[in-house]
Design a protein. Structure first.
Lengths: 291, 792
């Protein structure tokens, strides 16, 4: 409830944010909405001496289309994602997932950059970014670099960002025609974080699954691509039996553990069931889009 | 009598919008934490991270040295300063009491027990300094489970409690029950766990104490459901403060559910500290502290045996419950698993005999006390869950089995084998109506059809009674209560005819300001706008017992009614005098005193009010003024009842339960404000459903609370629930003149078994007859999975 003392800085630009990060070294945290960080401060689990607020940096929030890709600024709120007409048209899985984050108050404050950089293993957007093969731009003292989503989520609450880097934008290629996607989630009854969340992006060619990208959240220390599922589907007919069989591989590449929410076996079951549901819905949408 | 004399234009029985809501929903309520006095300092508690440990030493030098820190006090400082342990307020024969010091001295017994307090100029400084207090603990083995605490080699929570047992209690006829069970056609046996719950009132507990050195008076703002009881116990037993120098104000209070009844360490500490420092001292719980230190609820482990004859008629009930009381005896803890539980085990049925025994056990967990329903939900869950298991075992429809065993309407008043005498009831119509609303027959067909394509629907019934209107003082006194349970009300008529009601009841969400003014407006025949209701201030209100046990309408309301009757009688005398009529010829109705048969010979309520205060012309022997106080002590509890039906769908792939429909038919006697009664029912149903499906405190093997925040503990949210379908039957209580019974806890009591029964009904194709709550998806899936594998 009462955080340890800290100094609050408002960064006016990305350069200023980077300079502040460099100045305070390990004693600083970026604030990009704060819906994960502030509870940690209030519980005194985190006690940084400096908070650098990046939400007021001009031009860092927003969704736009650039050269066949969607570019999302890092301080775009979940609510902006949820209500973006551009995303609903081009990448509907993002509004679908964003609308399932926390509650309206959280979605009005929390940002995509904050969520991705925090790398919570049960957050919604990281799985979606994996399935969409997003490219994340990080800017540091030595300039900017692009990190593919599959290299970004390194471990529990750990991203590939260097200490002095700021995540500035997310670039997502617009999938080809014939693509359907879905994010389905089983929320924890208290926290509303994902007990399991599965993002599926499938591209069909006629009745055949040409390409499958499936990612899972809520299982294990970090979000993960379900490559076993993807391989089992690619090149196969998009029928119910194939999807069900493919979904069985959901528990191959994840390590589930017993905890308060249930046994490892139950978690594996949830992974398989929600993968199947995501696949079925993605295929339905791929078909109806072609329609 | 009042209900019949109330004119049809009166607001009694109308769904008047709550007059307190505009200030609440616009953020203008005044809660304890909103009160800040000049010079206020702030307390932060240093709490034990261990469930069981010896305190070897405390070093607070660094904390004391911090700028802005006023004091650091330990348990020894308080004990040396004359602060006594907090007593239990309900004593049972043979009870082993605990020495609950507001701050532990040599030993801590649960995670979160205070070992020191820091008082500083801001809450931030207090918290910073509290982190610097070094405590040398010697950790001891701990025990969280009551059944484990009874074992031979269990850690000893209190040295004086052999096998950690505080008391053994029983009710009913053991021999007769043993015989009935031995000779029965069918005996249904089941082990039931009624899991521990954490109350989570939306407003955390808070206390602001202000000692005035000039007058030697202490004022305490406190989140309390019963400020006079708090004052009595804190003043007389803990702090040694005379009541006439000690005022407690419980301003707006944001929910209690029973958790704001007991006297807690924190209010004792800030009160004492304020006197030491000569400054106001405030403490408001962080949510984490609420989880660790607010009295928890339930936590029973029970063996039940229910006996039937060949026609499905009940022959007897035998119950053995192990009740977890936590690390200390909280204020009314001994009453909850005994007189508020064992006496309710007869339910709506004609058990010829019942025997129940309870082992009440101390453990290294947060103390347990009243939580919405308090004993009655545990009894109702036991009966209604077991009835469903019995229905299955006997091959009788669960509705029919209940109906076969109902007390008939001509059997009231009904003496149960467990002490209570029910005032009134008519159980079958409520069940019939609930079944009709839900479409019971049709549902069974739908259910069968749905199962053929892998869809699992379930329906669950719960026929409940509760004992409300706590309670006849003589009765509870004979049972061990260290308090009477009457209620007070002063009705003050001002010279202009405006009215202030001072009630000993306390509203912390119940809407008393609306219902009590509705009641008074109806009886006085004046506008509700001319009536103010004052509660929660020992400096303004006569001694009152407060609000819990669904008692405010039945007991507090009746006290108001009695004072109004006295006002009316006095008014008639004054009016008769002014109208030159005989007092016995006067009538009072629609806000007018008039001569019977001559409604034009009348004086208005305002005219009489003014006349009473002017006193220029008063009848002989009548004092000036118009103000009356009453203390109402009921002759019995009241016994609301009803039938609830839940319909669920279980997703067999994940174990997820969707509550699809919820039908509630309740009989709470006469209803003052139907909207408020519905609101009470809705909230209660949500809470009871949450016990069935989501809530449950969990401790690990070191007695660490694993569900210590709202991130992990699943309180109900609106989008997890369907629209509730409610209806009522009305069987007025003959116990009080208003005919009201009580509605605050019915939803919580009835809904838990209704929802649990519905889930188990849905799972019946898998041969599952019982699962303990909460019925989480993983628990359900594991059971189904095991059943499926067993068949494969």
């Amino acid at each position: 409830m009462y955080p340890a003392p800290f100094e609050y800085h408002v960064a006016g630009s990305i350069d200023e944010a980077i300079a502040l990060l460099a100045r305070y070294e390990d004693d600083a945290k970026l604030l990009a909405g704060g819906h994960s960080l502030i509870p940690l401060l209030k519980l005194r689990f985190a006690q940084p001496a400096h908070l650098i607020d990046v939400r007021k940096i001009p031009g860092l929030a927003g969704v736009r289309e650039v050269d066949g890709a969607i570019v999302i600024g890092a301080t775009t709120t979940h609510w902006m994602l949820e209500s973006s007409d551009l995303l609903k048209k081009k990448l509907p899985i993002i509004p679908e997932a964003a609308s399932q984050i926390g509650d309206v108050q959280v979605r009005n404050m929390g940002t995509i950059g904050g969520s991705l950089a925090h790398a919570d293993p049960a957050a919604d957007l990281p799985a979606v970014m994996l399935a969409l093969e997003a490219q994340l731009t990080a800017v540091g003292p030595n300039g900017s670099r692009t990190i593919p989503a599959h290299d970004f989520f390194v471990g529990l609450l750990t991203s590939a960002l260097e200490p002095h880097e700021v995540l500035t934008q997310i670039r997502i290629p617009i999938p080809p025609a014939g693509t359907g996607s879905a994010y389905v989630k089983y929320p924890h009854p208290a926290s509303r974080f994902a007990l399991v969340g599965v993002a599926a992006v499938l591209t069909l060619d006629g009745g055949t699954i040409e390409r499958a990208r499936v990612a899972i959240t809520g299982m294990g220390p970090t979000v993960a691509r379900l490559t076993g599922v993807e391989q089992a589907l690619t090149g196969k007919s998009a029928d119910a039996a194939t999807l069900a069989a493919g979904a069985q591989h959901a528990s191959d590449s994840i390590e589930t553990r017993d905890d308060l929410q249930g046994s490892a076996a139950y978690k594996a079951q949830l992974a398989r069931v929600y993968t199947r549901r995501a696949l079925v819905r993605a295929v339905e949408r791929a078909r109806s889009a072609r329609g | 009598m009042a209900t019949t004399s109330v004119p049809s234009s009166s607001p009694f029985g109308e769904s008047i919008r709550r007059r307190e809501d505009p200030r609440f929903i616009t953020g203008k309520g005044m809660y304890t934490d909103d009160v800040t006095l000049p010079g206020t300092t702030y307390a932060a508690f240093v709490r034990s991270p261990y469930a069981h440990a010896l305190v070897r030493g405390i070093n607070s030098d660094a904390a004391r040295a911090m700028r802005g820190v006023r004091a650091v006090y330990t348990g020894k400082d308080l004990a040396d300063g004359g602060v006594n342990p907090i007593p239990a307020g309900w004593l049972l024969p043979g009870i082993v009491l605990t020495d609950r010091r507001p701050i532990a001295t040599d030993k801590v017994r649960y995670v979160g027990e205070a070992v020191a307090v820091v008082i500083a100029d801001s809450p931030y400084i207090a918290k910073d300094a509290a982190e610097l207090v070094q405590v040398d603990y010697e950790e001891l083995p701990a025990v969280a489970s009551a059944t484990e605490a009874l074992a031979d080699n269990a850690p000893h929570v209190h040295e004086q409690a052999e096998r950690n047992r505080s008391f053994h209690w029983s009710i009913g006829d053991k021999e007769k029950t043993d015989v009935a069970i031995r000779g029965a056609h069918t005996v249904v046996k089941q082990h039931l766990v009624n899991q521990r719950l954490i109350p989570n009132a939306i407003e955390p507990r808070s206390a602001l104490a202000s000692y005035n050195r000039a007058t030697d008076e202490l004022t305490l703002y406190l989140t309390s459901q019963n400020p006079h009881v708090h004052r009595l116990i804190m003043g007389a037993f803990v702090l040694g403060l005379p009541e006439n120098k000690f005022r407690i104000i419980a301003p707006d209070v944001g929910g209690g559910f029973g958790s704001k009844i007991p006297v807690y360490p924190e209010e004792c500490v800030v009160s004492w500290a304020s006197k030491q420092l000569g400054r106001p001292v405030k403490w408001t719980a962080e949510r984490r502290e609420s989880f660790m230190t607010d009295a928890h609820g339930r936590d029973h482990s029970t063996e039940v045996e229910m006996a039937f004859d060949e026609n499905g008629r009940v022959l007897g009930l035998r119950v053995h419950t192990v009740a977890n009381l936590g690390a200390h005896l909280s204020l009314f803890a001994p009453a909850i698993p005994t007189y508020l539980y064992g006496t309710l085990l007869n339910g709506q049925y004609t058990f010829p005999t019942i025997y129940a025994e309870v082992d009440a056990v101390l453990t290294n967990t947060t103390p347990v006390d009243a939580y919405r329903g308090a004993g009655r939900p545990e009894a109702c869950y036991l009966l209604e869950r077991t009835m469903d298991i019995a229905a299955k075992q006997l091959g009788i429809d669960p509705a029919e089995l209940r109906r076969r065993n109902f007390i008939a309407k001509d059997q009231f008043p009904y003496q149960t084998p467990v002490a209570l005498a029910y005032d009134s009831g008519n159980y079958a119509p409520a069940l019939d109506r609930a079944l009709e609303m839900v479409g019971y027959e049709r549902f069974r067909a739908e259910q069968a059809e749905a199962r053929t394509h892998g869809k699992y629907l379930g329906i669950g019934l719960s026929c409940y009674i509760e004992a409300c209107g706590l309670a006849p003082s003589q009765v509870v006194g004979s049972l061990g209560a260290q308090a009477g349970l009457w209620e007070s009300a002063t009705v003050r008529v001002h010279p202009t005819g405006k009215v202030t009601i001072f009630t000993g009841s306390h509203s912390h969400g119940q809407g008393h300001e609306t219902t009590f003014s509705q009641l008074a407006a109806s009886e006085l025949g004046i506008s509700m706008d001319d009536i103010e209701v004052v509660h929660g201030d020992t400096g303004r209100v006569p001694f009152g017992m407060g609000t819990y046990g669904s008692r405010s309408g039945a007991v507090g309301g009746t006290a108001i009614h009695m004072s109004i009757q006295k006002i009316a009688e006095k008014g008639k005398k004054i009016a008769a005098h002014l109208l030159e009529a005989a007092p016995e010829d006067m009538d009072f109705s629609d806000g007018k005193f008039f001569v019977k048969g001559s409604p034009d010979r009348a004086k208005s309520f305002a005219e009489i009010s003014l006349a009473a205060y002017l006193a220029h012309s008063m009848p002989a022997g009548v004092e000036p003024g118009l103000e009356e106080t009453s203390f109402y002590d009921p002759s019995n509890f009241t016994y609301p009842f009803g039938a609830h039906v839940a319909v669920v769908e279980v997703d067999i792939d994940t174990g997820h339960v969707t509550l699809k429909r919820y039908v509630a038919v309740d009989d709470v006697g006469n209803v003052i404000n139907p909207m408020i009664v519905d609101g009470q029912l809705h909230g209660g149903i949500a809470q009871g459903t949450a016990q069935a499906l989501w809530e449950g405190a969990q401790y690990d093997e070191n007695a660490q609370l694993l569900t210590g925040s709202l991130m992990g503990y699943g309180v109900p949210k609106a989008d997890m629930l369907p629209m509730f379908e409610t209806d009522r039957t009305v069987t007025p209580s003959p116990i009080n003149p208003l005919g009201v019974k009580g509605a605050g806890e019915a939803g919580t009591i009835a809904s838990t078994p209704a929802v649990a029964n519905a889930v188990i009904d849905a799972l019946s194709p898998f041969g599952i007859t019982h699962l303990d709550m909460p019925l989480t998806p993983s628990r359900i899936w594991e059971a189904v999975h095991t059943a499926q594998q067993g068949r494969a």
